[in-house]
Design a protein around this ligand. Sequence first.
Ligand code: ADP
Ligand code: MG
Length: 316
Amino acid sequence: VDEFELIRRFFSTGYPQRTDVMLGVGDDGAISRLGRDEELVSCSDTLVAGTHFPPELPADAIAHRALATNLSDLAAMGASPRWFLLALALPRIEPEWLEQFSAGLARLAARYQVALIGGDTVRGPLSMTITALGSVPPGTAVRRSGAVDGDLIYVTGTCGDAARAWQAMAGGATLAADDPCYRRFAYPEPRVQEGLALRDLASAMIDISDGLHVDLERLLTASGVGGAARAEDVPLSAALVDQVGLAAARELALTGGDDYELCFSVAESRTTDLARLSADWSCPPVCIGRVVSEPGLSWELDGLGLANPSSAFQHF
Ligand code: ADP
Ligand code: MG
């Protein structure tokens, strides 16, 4: 069983159903109805040392990543981040490490005005779970399931950079602190404002945590449609192409993961609205393909069919 089969089998059904749960397991965040004016959007992500980051990563970067991955899930729902809880397992108490960890956490929290409202601290192998909570006006959260035939598919920023850095570090390389790929891995910038801006425009949205191919495939599957995408249009950073060459850069961009960019669909009739809305973004959205009715995601490169990328990040 893979991760999704596991969740489907053991955690999707058999639990109490409530009418105030607008959306449960299966999207970037859950949607709960509290009152008339707002819905709560919640998500949770765990990072384990050695699995999701090298244990020697600076403590402020570990904290930043832990919060950023959650803010990215809220962004993918179009939610305003408001609060978070931190459950932290530490092998030992090291005041200097904690000083740096909390500084990194506080810095990112301040940028988006999210308040730390609770958590838990235990002794154990280094890992942390952050639960982030945000809100949307009722009915406005962007789900994975709204893409329709003919919509255009977009991705923000660039893909593959963080995966390149993780791969290099896993292979024993020490990257310069100012290496652009390392920066993308250590301090991913959640696309919070962009997600909010897309709330009334995107028909479906997901954040890219496991790789563009698998995450876009998840969006398309949730929407009951397919997609035709062009690998040559997937945005790559100059640094990535410089470091690994064009072919490897494309491979990393499609399969690498840890990008925390937004991938979304927009009705073709609204693409001028999108261009206007995103004119001043630091991570401009790029159209990489189109939604089709036939299920499945196919890629082409310069007009030729591409074998489906498969080396995506597997949780199990
Ligand atoms: P993401 O990559 O966006 O964080 P995941 O792939 O981690 O999403 O999870 C997919 C979906 O399954 C999400 O809706 C998540 O909340 C849910 N999920 C994951 N693990 C569990 C679990 N143990 N119990 C209940 N729901 C879970
Ligand atoms: Mg997600």
